[in-house]
Ligand binder design. Structure first.
Ligand code: ADP
Ligand code: F6P
Length: 324
């Protein structure tokens, strides 16, 4: 155990995700277990550069495990991309006596964590984002809860789409990645899934399957569109004009980011949060927790950022096969 680590900080950064509170709780409780002082940094990197942080103890995270969002608040602090801000962050960390920091967020947040390490503050990161778009990790905290919310919403949309024999076009989150869309497509029985990773031929990939599924006796069509593809309102109009099938668009939006975390998100968040503290205590820094081959492990942040992860194309094919 590294006796140089007596006080650690924890912050959440970027878009919030269900399970972030479970991760904060794990950092605080495992820190307390080891006799550390734990500071909760408010509003991501904003709180670090402005010295906005509070001391947390084991009881200050009671009743947070089941809550969505993040009790520390989060922010997209663009200022932190500037080296001056990183330097200031390290200075403020020194003022508050922080010997290490745990950052919970997505890949932008990891870049900030790497910059802090280079500037002298030992930092460990872990993936908290609904998008599941972290290259080094098979899983990101928040993904499962988000998918359960999406599934619940699409099941309801399907009821009304069937009653009215309509085509429902549903936009789910994912600016650059189609993980939410493709898993929702499989879990909710979509006729068509459009993701940013695969170019779209509207006639071939959208209109044709809708008309074919109607001719095969289907009462509705569910089209799931990732945010990065977008344009669902125009798409609904075009489908209606070109097929004669009444169409409606729904943008699920931020409902996908909230809610009580699922068992999986609580468990992974607790495991990664706890391990982040143990890594700091072992004197390790510049590491990111990740899930590889189903196991929680850690890699160098830059190595992790440079890894490649591809949405399995067989899932795209499976969606098509399941829609016959
Ligand atoms: P999201 O995908 O929801 O935006 P991220 O975890 O990628 O979530 O967070 C992005 C945030 O990370 C930025 O708004 C910024 O505050 C922080 N950040 C810090 N350093 C960097 C950096 N070098 N590049 C990008 N983002 C950074
Ligand atoms: O990164 C998480 C995410 O929910 C993306 O899926 C989405 O594109 C983005 O954040 C939306 O962010 P905002 O909080 O700005 O609406």
């Amino acid at each position: 155990m590294n006796r140089d680590i007596r006080t650690i900080g924890v912050l959440t950064s970027g878009g919030d995700a269900p399970g972030m509170n479970a991760a904060i709780r794990a950092v605080v409780r495992v820190g307390c277990y080891h006799g550390l002082k734990v500071m909760g940094v408010k509003r991501g990197y904003n709180g670090l550069i402005n010295g906005d942080m509070i001391e947390m103890d084991a009881r200050s995270v009671s009743e947070t495990l089941q809550r969505g969002g993040t009790i520390l608040q989060t922010a997209r602090c663009l200022e932190f991309k500037e080296p001056e801000s990183v330097k200031r962050g390290v200075e403020i960390a020194r003022v508050f006596g922080l010997d290490g920091l745990v950052v919970i967020g997505g890949d932008g947040s990891f870049r900030g964590a790497r910059d802090l390490c280079e500037a002298g503050l030992p930092t460990v990161a872990m993936p908290g984002t609904i998008d599941n778009d972290i290259n080094c990790s098979e899983y990101t905290v928040g993904f499962d809860t988000c998918l359960n919310t999406v599934q619940d919403a699409i099941d309801k949309i399907r009821d009304t789409a069937t009653s009215h024999e309509r085509c429902s076009i549903i936009e789910v989150m994912g600016r650059n990645a189609g993980y939410i869309a493709i898993y929702a497509g499989i879990a909710c029985g979509a006729e068509v899934v459009l993701i940013p990773e695969v170019p779209v031929d509207f006639d071939e990939d959208v209109l044709r399957p809708i008309l074919e599924s109607k001719s095969r006796g289907k009462k509705h069509s569910i089209i799931i569109v990732a945010e990065g593809v977008g344009g669902v309102i125009e798409m609904a109009k075009e489908i209606e004009e070109k097929t004669g099938i009444e169409s409606r668009a729904t943008i699920l939006g931020h409902v996908q980011r909230g809610g009580s975390p699922s068992v999986r998100d609580r468990a992974v968040a607790s495991q990664m949060g706890g391990m982040a503290v143990e890594l700091l205590l072992e004197g390790k820094s510049n590491r990111v927790l990740c899930m590889q081959q189903g196991k929680v492990t850690d890699v160098d942040i830059m190595e992790g950022l440079n890894m490649k992860k591809h949405l399995p194309r067989e899932l795209v094919e499976l969606c098509k096969k399941l829609a016959v």
